[in-house]
Design a protein around this ligand. Structure first.
Ligand code: ASP
Length: 481
């Protein structure tokens, strides 16, 4: 009999976690196949790698296609259906959580990199044969101002496809400008490809608050956004079944494509290990402690349920693309959908602890290589800009590498130095994205737990009101019962 029970347990475990298991197998098998194909010694051309990546690319395109409609509809319907004072409290708790965890991540990164000193013992000073050099043509102030400009898009339709970026240009006859005096350049702006997610989030929050305030009159629009968000989640439920295959091909192609493994274990090995150790300590140490303090529960059970989310984040290296799956995972954990649909899209956009930690470690590592003295003031400046850089980084692969330029600037290092860490960035990106999404999901649980008393109180008030004059239940409320 006990054998029978054990077998039933295993079968039910497999049934519940089949997709997660398959996705993890996809990541592991992709890694082995990638290594195997490299080991054949054949020089894979870019075209052949592209063919290999093709199924994974299709999977990624499907996920990306869901981001804008899901993000907007989730935030609008969640805020619209929450009591205004409640959404204020939930929003404030989420922001406090995001800021606390990001600051902890940056401080941990700085503590590790200044203790381990990977740049002191490394021989990576000679520039590796960089295939891509990132050049900087703006000041840090421009990057920060653009971040805030993008919060207020001038055209909401355009925000779905492009974001604003300052561009500095100079007159060919202006000798001073040619010499590199960025202050004398003409300041212009243009739009670059890629959704302005910050702008969409801000607009959706304001729209949600307005609909909530309008009451009965806004009901059709609220129902529309609610239905749209549910529809997106149903489509996510279908797309998710492609994740094992999707991540398998993405990981295989990525491993086939990289230049050199020796960089990983050689020159950049210690830097790589420092970031990895930081991510691990932050994900399973700091976040777990905060979780226990806030919820009085152990996080292990919840983290174990995030396998699917972590494997997808690792495979896609994008917290935005993983967002639909993160929301689905929170739904499965039984969290209040109004809170997860409010907190997760914002978290996926601005809360990137893994990225913040890596930005701080990388900047100080490069400074150590370049023998730049790090005063206390400079370390504080690195922490502040690393936090801002992680907020400004888009939830797409290697976005942190681009905003790193801002952090390097604070220690007077040239943007080109980013190429020093390029060789290992693709892999670190996957690990930091995993921590980014775990932090978002844990945040949703923490905020739900902290807001439970308020939710119950509002529900009780609503029920009392209902007992008075006849009150028709909205579709949203019906869904709850
Ligand atoms: N790929 C990361 C993310 O999507 C951002 C980064 O650190 O580059 O969360």
């Amino acid at each position: 009999m006990p054998l029978q029970i054990r077998r039933e347990g295993v079968v039910s475990f497999l049934r519940q976690n089949l997709l997660t298991l398959l996705t993890v197998i996809g990541v592991v098998a992709g890694t082995f196949l990638g290594w195997g194909l490299r080991a054949t010694g054949y020089e894979w051309t870019r075209r052949e790698v592209m063919y290999f990546q093709y199924p994974g690319e299709l999977f990624l395109r499907m996920l990306k296609c869901l981001i804008v409609p899901l993000l907007v509809s989730s935030i609008v319907s969640a805020i619209g259906s929450l009591d205004l004072s409640l959404s204020g409290k939930v929003g404030l708790r989420a922001i406090i959580y995001y800021m606390t965890t990001t600051v902890c991540a940056v401080m941990l990164g700085i503590a590790l990199v200044t203790t381990i000193k990977p740049g002191k013992s490394s021989e990576a000073f000679q520039q590796p044969n960089a295939t891509k050099i990132i050049t900087k043509d703006t000041l840090t102030a421009d990057t920060l101002l653009d971040l805030i400009r993008n919060v207020f898009p001038e055209n909401i339709v355009q925000a779905t496809i492009a974001s604003y970026r300052t561009r500095l240009t100079y007159d060919v006859n202006d000798t001073k400008a040619i010499k590199g005096h960025l202050e004398t350049y003409k300041i212009e702006g243009d739009y670059q490809k890629g959704s302005n997610v910050l702008g969409l989030v801000c607009f959706s929050i304001v729209l949600g608050i307005t609909l909530g305030k309008m009451g009965e009159q806004s009901r059709p629009l609220q129902n529309f956004f609610h239905a749209l968000s549910e529809a997106m989640m149903i489509i996510t439920g279908w797309v998710i079944w492609l994740s094992p295959l999707g991540v398998f091909f993405l990981v295989t192609a990525k491993i086939m494509e990289i230049d050199s493994f020796s960089e990983l274990v050689g020159r950049l090995g210690l830097y790589f290990m420092t970031v990895l150790l930081g991510l691990f300590l932050h994900g399973f140490g700091t976040l777990s402690i905060l979780f226990v303090i806030a919820t009085k529960k152990l996080p292990c059970r919840y983290i174990a349920k995030m396998g699917q989310v972590m494997a997808t984040a690792f495979g896609t290296a994008s917290s935005s693309a993983t967002m639909p799956i993160t929301i689905g995972c929170c739904d499965e954990m039984g969290l209040d959908p109004r809170i997860t649909r409010f907190v997760i899209p914002i978290g996926a956009t601005i809360n990137m602890d893994g990225t913040a930690l890596y930005e701080a470690v990388a900047a100080i590592f490069i400074a150590q290589l370049r023998k730049v003295e790090m005063s206390f003031g400079k370390i504080v400046a690195v922490s502040v800009t690393a936090t801002a850089a992680s907020i400004g980084a888009a939830g797409i692969p290697q976005a942190g590498l681009v905003t790193m330029v801002m952090v390097l600037d604070t220690v007077n290092l040239p943007a080109e130095d980013v190429s020093i860490i390029l060789a290992v960035d693709w892999l670190l990106d996957r690990f930091r994205t995993t921590i980014n999404v775990v932090c978002d999901a844990l945040g949703a649980i923490i905020v739900t737990s902290l807001s439970q008393a308020d939710i119950d109180k509002t529900r009780a008030v609503q029920n009392n009101d209902r007992e008075g004059p006849a009150h028709e239940l909205s579709d949203l409320e019906k869904g709850e019962h």
